[in-house]
Ligand binder design. Structure first.
Ligand SMILES: Cc1cc2nc3c(=O)[nH]c(=O)nc-3n(C[C@H](O)[C@H](O)[C@H](O)COP(=O)(O)O)c2cc1C
Length: 291
C-alpha cells in the first residue's frame, strides 16, 4: 500500500486531488475541508494526485523527490501541430544504409514509456535490435514461421480439419494469405527483404501475457513511438509479419531471450528515411455516429 500524505499547512483545500483521483481515495467531508484518505490500497500509482496539486501539499511514496516535474505549457504543440504530425506520419520502408544513433532510439523509447496503460500497469518492455546478423536472423525466423504457420492451410484435407477447429471464415481468411506468406518467405531467402525492408533497427514491444491489457498497452506505446520517430526525423513501419510469426511460435522470443511468460505484442522497424513525403493523401471519410 502506498504512503500518501497531505501537508495541512500547504494544502489549499481546493479539492483537486479529490476530483483527479480515478479510484476516489481522497474525500472532503465538506467543501473547503482538508481531504481525507480512504481505501489507499486501491491506489494505482497513476500520479494524478501529485500532478494536479498546485501547492505541493501532497506526497506519495511512489513519487519521491525529483520524480514529479512541472509541465512546460509553452512546449506543448498546438492542435494544428499535432494534426500536422499525425497526417505527415507515414509507414516508411526505405532506409539509408546507416545505423540509428542510440540517442535517437532513446528519444523514441522515451515517448513510448509515457503511453497510457490499463490499470496503469506499465507492463511493456522493449528490445532494441541493431546488430545486422540479429536482424537477419529475425527475418529468417519470421520467414520460417510464416511458412510453417501457413502449411496446414494449403492442403484441402487439413483445411477441412482446421475448419472444424477454427471455423470456416477464419480458415478461409488464412488460406488466402498462404500464397502471400510463401512468396514473402521465398523472396527473403533470395535476398529481397519485404519483412524488415532492410531496416537498420527494430524495437520489439513485449510484456507479461498475464497482465490485464498487455496487447493494447504495447500498441499504444508503439503508436507513441511511431509519432516520436516521425518528429525526430526517423522513419518507421509496423513489423506486422514479425508479429504474426511471434503469435504462433516462440522461436523469435527465444532468440531474443524473452522471459517465458512474455509475449511480443508489437514490432516497429526503423531507420533514417531515404524518401521525403511532401504530400499527405486523404483517408476514408469519417464514419461516425453521434448519439
Ligand atoms: C497491425 C499492422 C501491421 C502492419 N504490418 C506491416 C508490415 O508487416 N509491413 C509493412 O511494410 N507495413 C505494415 N503495416 C503498415 C501498413 O501497411 C500501413 O500502416 C498502412 O498501409 C497505411 O499507411 P501509413 O502507415 O503510411 O499511413 C502494418 C500496420 C499495422 C497497423
Amino acid at each position: 500500500m502506498p504512503e500518501i500524505r497531505i501537508d495541512p499547512d500547504l494544502c489549499k483545500r481546493d479539492g483537486f486531488c479529490v476530483m483527479a483521483c480515478p479510484v476516489e481515495i481522497f474525500q472532503q467531508k465538506e467543501k473547503g475541508a482538508l481531504p481525507e484518505l480512504d481505501r489507499v490500497g486501491m491506489c494505482i500509482d497513476c500520479g494524478h494526485c501529485v500532478a494536479v496539486c498546485p501547492s505541493g501539499a501532497l506526497s506519495h511514496d511512489r513519487y519521491p523527490e525529483g520524480t514529479v516535474h512541472p509541465v512546460s505549457t509553452e512546449d506543448l504543440p498546438s492542435y494544428e501541430q499535432v494534426l500536422a504530425l499525425v497526417r505527415a506520419r507515414r509507414s516508411k520502408r526505405r532506409f539509408k544504409d546507416k545505423p540509428v544513433e542510440r540517442a535517437d532510439i532513446e528519444r523514441v523509447l522515451e515517448a513510448a514509456r509515457f503511453a497510457p496503460s490499463g490499470h496503469n500497469a506499465q507492463p511493456v518492455h522493449f528490445v532494441v535490435v541493431q546488430d545486422k546478423n540479429a536482424l537477419h536472423k529475425i527475418g529468417t525466423l519470421t520467414a520460417d514461421g510464416l511458412q510453417k504457420m501457413m502449411k496446414p492451410f494449403k492442403s484441402p484435407v487439413s483445411r477441412a480439419v482446421m475448419r472444424l477447429m477454427m471455423g470456416r471464415e477464419k480458415v478461409d481468411q488464412l488460406a488466402k494469405l498462404a500464397p502471400e506468406m510463401d512468396g514473402l518467405a521465398e523472396l527473403f531467402r533470395s535476398g529481397k527483404d519485404l519483412i524488415l525492408n532492410d531496416a537498420p533497427a527494430l524495437i520489439v514491444f513485449h510484456a507479461d501475457s498475464g497482465g490485464a491489457t498487455p496487447s493494447i498497452d504495447a500498441n499504444l506505446a508503439l503508436q507513441n513511438a511511431s509519432l516520436a520517430a516521425e518528429a525526430a526525423g526517423l522513419g518507421c513501419f509496423y513489423g506486422g509479419f514479425v508479429l504474426f510469426a511471434c503469435s504462433r511460435g516462440r522461436a523469435i522470443q527465444d532468440f531474443l531471450s524473452l522471459p517465458k511468460e512474455h509475449h511480443v505484442y508489437g514490432v516497429l522497424a526503423l531507420g533514417y528515411p531515404k524518401l521525403k513525403y511532401g504530400n499527405w493523401p486523404e483517408r476514408k471519410p469519417l464514419r461516425v455516429k453521434w448519439m
